[in-house]
Design a protein around this ligand. Sequence first.
Ligand code: FAD
Length: 291
Amino acid sequence: MYPPAFNYSAPTSVEEVLATLAKEGEGARVLAGGQSLIPMMKLRLASPSYLVDINDVDGLDYITDVNGHVAIGALVRHNDIVKSELIGSTNHAMTDAAPWIADPIVRNRGTVCGSIAHCDPEGDWNSVMLAARAEVVAQSAAGERVIPIDDFIVDFFTNSLEPGEIVKEVRVPKYTGRGGGAYVKLERKIGDYATVGVATQLELGDDGKIAKAGIAMTAVNSKNTRAAAAEQVLVGETPSDELFREAGNAAAQASEPETNVRGTEEWKREVVSVYTRRGLETALAQAQAQA
Ligand SMILES: Cc1cc2nc3c(=O)[nH]c(=O)nc-3n(C[C@H](O)[C@H](O)[C@H](O)COP(=O)(O)OP(=O)(O)OC[C@H]3O[C@@H](n4cnc5c(N)ncnc54)[C@H](O)[C@@H]3O)c2cc1C
């Protein structure tokens, strides 16, 4: 099916993008990789009156190490994460998640920030961002604001951007101590969206106890969801199999999966529990391997 008619421009600077968005108002949408927006337009699930294509803007494809975090620009593609040594050495959950997203064609075009902005509860990146406690940098003609990822994700396909704002970058904090993370995903076949996904992150204190914990789930709630109670089970405790089992059960309780062709509600909860435990075991091994 063809999408409804729309106007289109491809500015070459951020300023021009922001000015166009401000001028065109609520009917305007950013076009990044187009891997979610174009299919939605073809299915008539989205009907923007104006597309502002950001692909010709120079300098938005950076992955940069800045004061305690890694900044990922709006035109960084999923495959750039697969290849990034900086991400590989600073965020294990991101390195884990990237090759699981779709197929090579989608990974070459689709962007991390586009996926974050899209807020699809079956999208993988927002769980990883929740576990890492990332921040989204929103920019409009009026200036910039930094939004914690928990506040950015509002609901099913809904973010907290105001009209005229774009996601300029996402900031992913680096571990402050010995840290590790994982993304464990169940999909029906290669390239599929998650039936269940769990992102985990752990940081250890000098005493070997868990200083920080991040756990978030994909495809089992109406939005990517932090398992806050499960995180609380872990913080301040000595890692153990029993503790990780308890955290897994707490995460499962925070999930609200639906029974559908991919499986029953009960089974998906069990997958959340097991995947949380497995992710934590991986994260712990990575953290303990650091000097
Ligand atoms: C066959 C297929 C399989 C897929 N499988 C997976 C999967 O397994 N896991 C997964 O996570 N995703 C999957 N996806 C989705 C893919 O990851 C998309 O790339 C991603 O969801 C959106 O990124 P994009 O750059 O393509 O955004 P676009 O499609 O260009 O835009 C998506 C939405 O975000 C907005 N947007 C984009 N960039 C910005 C910005 N910088 N600022 C403000 N708003 C912005 C757009 O206006 C639009 O509303 C799949 C897609 C396809 C086609």
